[in-house]
Design a protein around this ligand. Sequence first.
Ligand SMILES: Nc1ncnc2c1ncn2[C@@H]1O[C@H](COP(=O)(O)OP(=O)(O)OP(=O)(O)O)[C@@H](O)[C@H]1O
Length: 613
Amino acid sequence: MTTTPDLKKTARDEQNGQPETDGESAAHAASAAELLPVATGRRTRAAALELLRPDRGLAVRSALVLVAATGVGLLMQPLLGRIVDLVAEGARRGSVSTGVLTLPVVLLVVVALVQGASTALGLGMVARLGESVLARLRERFVERALALPADRIERAGSGDLTARVTGDVSRVSEAVRSALPELARATLTIVLTLIALAVLDWRFLVAALLAVPVQAWTARWYVRKAVPLYAQQRIATGAQQQQLLETIGGADTVRGHLLEDDHTQRVEKRSHAAVELSKRGVRLVLGFYGRLHIGEYIGLVGVLFAGLVLVREDTVSIGTATAAALYFHNLFGPINAALVLLDDAQSATAGLARLVGVTDLPDETDGPATGRSEDAFVHVRGISHAYGEASPVLHDVDLDLHEGEHVALVGTSGAGKSTLARILAGVQRPTRGEVTMPAGANGRPGAVLVSQELHVFAGTLAEDLRLAKPDATDEELRAALSTVEALTWAEALPDGLDTVVGEGAHSLDAAKAQQLALARLVLADPLIAVLDEATAEAGSAGARLLEQSSRAALEGRTALIVAHRLTQAATADRVVVMEHGRVVESGPHEQLKDAGGPYARLWAAWSGTRESA
Ligand SMILES: Nc1ncnc2c1ncn2[C@@H]1O[C@H](COP(=O)(O)OP(=O)(O)OP(=O)(O)O)[C@@H](O)[C@H]1O
């Protein structure tokens, strides 16, 4: 077993709360710097206690029941010892009467039954405790993950978040369901058995403790190596998943640019790093068992020798020495279990640290500052934005939206319209500048974005709509659908609003998916609606219908509409034209059309295409 320098390095880095990958082994050092954070050991323990706090009554009761169950179980060995003494005594006298054995045998049965029942009760309580803690952890994690700004997830890569949602959550769940209760029980058994050994005779305890230095050293050796190794494994698996997602998700582009070999190599490199780390894990576990067995043999020899000496001195009976040997033997199982379960516990702790790293992220979704502005409903001041290290895509943008005003944002592709829309909706944090808008109130959100990426969630149509307003009545759902002119087709579905839609079920075309998104907007009833290309998906006739739907959905609210079809701009109260990340013109459609500026050129080009079409 080699003590590789990178393990030490990771351990040091992790103490500082920021595990870094080793360039060689994790194979993605560059992107590791962007990964979501991992909590320190101390913070992880504190978070675990916080999660447990609301159930502390149940925690104490479960601990008491398990202590009682283990304590009762430890009566077995002295009873067996008593039987040995009775038999030995009988043998000395020349006859063994079975009658005298009845009481200890009956007591053995009673002990077994009581121990079984109380252990089952205790484990049941622990399971309830675990489920409640897990539910709390999942809630916090999902809530935080959903609130993460899009750019934060983009920087980390969605693979990192996916690995945490799937791998880490299930690792922690498994540990809470099985490893941790078992670990607690094993620890209890070890402690109480050692006490029982001391009660028999303190020298038995001393003999048994001969095994402890070897076991303690083994455990420390293992933990010191396993913690950073598991942290590295998590990171390497996250990187591998991220690479697979990128390669498979972008398969067409990869093929189109003849990048298959390059991507295969990248997948191979990351998979190789993950496999190497798994192999190191297996070697570590083998070394761990080898060292453990040495400890056991030292302890067993010690207890047998102590028994021999004490029986010879007549200090204890053969039965007591038997009970001591049985106690020590009884320690094998729990000690092995505890040390093996340390493996799961370490792995779960590493998983928990990654989950707590996310739940502890500062709330960065503050996007728009909320407050009341004197002269305008929404103020955008000095917004600049750059994606990562790339050059800025927005430069010092100012924009005001008055209450009830519909502003259309137009410009050539890449001008920065979607970026500005996302910033205004609070989905993207700007690199610089400030957005001020009224806070949502009385259940009405401040701003809601209907983006280009429309998703029909799997479930019934009604459930899909209720995402925006969970307590909406069927009547409200119908009214919202009717507003966006979708009620007719929705009611014509095989099961009406109860039709299961989404992937693998009744599929809805892009226009219908957009109408659903607009109906959700109506149900959410925000003060400010931000529409990004809500009509770009459809052909001409469909686009006209969608334009009507969005006009109806926006009725009575302040709106920013990213308009690729300039007919949307023509019906807006005001048009704002963007070029290369700057606002270059702003005014009503008619005025700008006649001004001979950028909008007039866009309009002419747009009308020309439509006429020729
Ligand atoms: N998530 C992102 N990461 C990196 N660059 C991005 C991202 N989103 C947009 N960009 C870049 O920012 C610039 C502005 O994009 P944006 O989508 O805001 O413009 P747009 O005017 O809405 O364009 P379009 O009309 O084509 O949607 C473009 O150069 C685009 O490539």
